[in-house]
Design a protein around this ligand. Structure first.
Ligand code: DX5
Ligand code: ZN
Length: 227
């Protein structure tokens, strides 16, 4: 199974989301990455459950909801009701990460955990068995269009080893600064799902960009049976 591409709508045209979504859906994107920001955990504000609910009606793609919000527990039910397929919380944003991941799992959606560039992998070591997805940030979350942080590659490799050694089902997703140049390294390091915002929606032809990304990544891909 080849690499999964998750276009981030953060860089799409918010006044014409359904058209942008159709383009990436037709081009073979596997997931739609939805960035939820609260102006507290990250210095930016985006969207909440009502918009996710509308997105769910506008696409057949599974919604990969990346919660960059403090105290995520209180909003998890709302995002599940809105139609999220994957709910990812930040390890730094919740005090009781084990409880948060169990709460997501209890609602029958896939549970993801994310770590910022400065957060060591050891923070999630003991809860990786509870996670369907590990989201490794390769930029400081908050904005699209930032430069890829190179040392994230070491963390992807470490995570790949940890997951394989323990035979866990958790897939590795990487988010931030991924374009045609940084993509090969990310895939070789062991990522199975890549998020790309500005590289896809900043291109005059998002569909062509997705196809280029798939062509580059396919021969380098780690196997995965994820969604
Ligand atoms: C950053 C978001 C990313 C963002 C990625 O906080 O989590 O999903 O949209 O955008 P690019 O691909 O432009 O770095
Ligand atoms: Zn994201």
């Amino acid at each position: 199974m080849s690499i999964r591409i998750a276009p981030s709508i953060l860089s799409a045209n918010f006044a014409n989301l359904s058209e942008d979504i159709r383009k990436v859906e037709d081009a073979g994107a596997h997931l739609l990455h939805v960035d939820v920001m609260d102006g507290h955990f990250v210095p930016n504000i985006t969207i909440g459950p009502p918009v996710v609910k509308s997105l769910n009606k506008a696409t057949k793609l599974p919604l990969d909801v990346h919660l960059m919000i403090s105290d995520p527990d209180q909003y998890i039910a709302a995002f599940v009701d809105a139609g999220a397929s994957i709910l990812t919380v930040h390890a730094e944003a919740t005090v009781h990460l084990d409880r948060t991941l169990n709460l997501i799992r209890s609602m029958n959606v896939l549970a993801g955990v994310s770590i910022n560039p400065a957060t060591p992998l050891s923070v999630v070591e003991h809860v990786l068995g509870l996670a369907d997805l590990l989201l490794i940030m390769s930029v400081n979350p908050g904005f699209g269009g930032q430069k890829f942080i190179g040392y994230a590659l070491d963390k992807i490799r470490q995570a790949r080893q940890m997951i394989d050694n323990r035979n866990l089902r958790c897939v590795i997703e990487v988010d931030g600064g991924i374009d045609l140049e940084t993509l090969p390294g990310v895939v070789r390091a062991g990522a199975q799902v890549v998020v790309a915002g500005s590289a896809i929606f900043g291109d005059p032809d998002p569909a062509r960009k997705i196809k280029e990304m798939l062509d580059i990544a396919a021969p380098l891909s780690y196997h995965s049976n994820f969604v």
